[in-house]
Design a protein around this ligand. Structure first.
Ligand code: HEM
Ligand code: HEM
Length: 225
């Protein structure tokens, strides 16, 4: 295992694993599922069942990612990329390229995960007042269902804004700073010259990720079926 081992070749770029496979699969599955949930969020078309399925899938991905933020490989861990306001400010004054999420990007990761979690959880209690309601709506009062449905509606604009900002930032790096962040999120690797930690991404780590994901999905299925 390459964990905590350091690669060091002065002046020569080397391919270094940054994003483990579970983090990459999480990301691209999340993108597809969020698209799916928006497309199916039409309470006139009778597709809210599909909307809910996308929502449960998103919830399972988010819960997995929260656990992975503690159990995952180096760059996936929250403690390794969420920084204090002081560090964010000094990054803003002097932006230097970092191998994982940069201190500012980390804020957008937290915002994306947080607002998506809010959306998925309020969805469980939401109702379209006609034919469909989330599986937990029957356990709370109708005024609380109304309130959480409004939060679910209002938060959609917040989500569109944070996703737009996220994609805008990625494109800004691509076009203005000539840094391609997308390819590493696909292949997992970045070219790097300095001595930096290599992310673990072997069979065992992937197996652990699969067990965590299946456990999360199983627990959700049990409570929401
Ligand atoms: C619904 C749309 C999207 C959502 C909800 C979303 C969400 C996220 C999240 C949560 C992360 C953090 C990854 C992690 O550490 O687990 C992330 C990172 C990233 N996303 Fe997205 N994403 C979306 C669309 C896209 C698209 C369309 C692209 C490509 C054009 C993209 C490219 C990236 C890249 C390159 C990173 C890593 C950024 C870095 O190097 O710090 N995302 N995204
Ligand atoms: C992160 C995941 C989710 C996203 C991005 C999302 C997004 C949306 C959007 C954009 C709408 C349309 C709101 C409007 O009418 O203007 C909507 C409506 C709705 N969603 Fe979700 N949703 C998610 C998860 C869920 C879940 C898990 C459920 C339930 C199992 C759910 C149940 C509903 C219901 C019942 C409505 C209709 C509310 C109404 O009449 O306005 N959603 N959702």
């Amino acid at each position: 295992m390459a964990h905590k081992r350091y690669r060091n070749l002065i002046g020569l770029n080397m391919k270094i694993r940054i994003w483990d496979l579970p983090t990459r699969l999480f990301h691209w599955a999340l993108v597809l599922a969020v698209l799916g949930s928006f497309i199916s969020a039409d309470d006139d078309g009778g597709v809210l069942e599909w909307h809910a399925r996308f929502g449960y899938f998103i919830l399972s991905l988010l819960l997995f990612r929260v656990i992975w933020g503690f159990a995952g490989s180096h760059y996936a861990r929250f403690f390794n990329f969420i920084k204090s306001p002081k560090v964010v400010l000094s990054y803003l004054k002097n932006p230097t390229e970092v191998p994982g999420h940069n201190p500012l990007g980390a804020l957008s990761v937290v915002a994306l995960l947080g607002f998506l979690l809010l959306q998925a959880v309020t969805g469980l209690f939401a109702s379209d007042d006609i034919a469909f309601e989330g599986p937990l709506a029957k356990y709370i009062s109708s005024s609380l269902v109304e309130l959480l449905t409004s939060v679910h509606r209002l938060n959609q604009s917040v989500l569109i804004a944070v996703v737009a900002l996220h994609i805008g930032a990625i494109l800004y790096y691509r076009w203005m700073k000539k840094t391609d962040l997308i390819k590493p999120m696909v292949t997992g690797d970045k070219e790097w010259a300095e001595k930096i930690p290599v992310a673990r991404d072997g069979f065992l780590l992937r197996l652990i990720a699969l067990v965590i994901y299946l456990t999360v999905a199983g627990v959700l299925y049990y409570f929401l079926r």
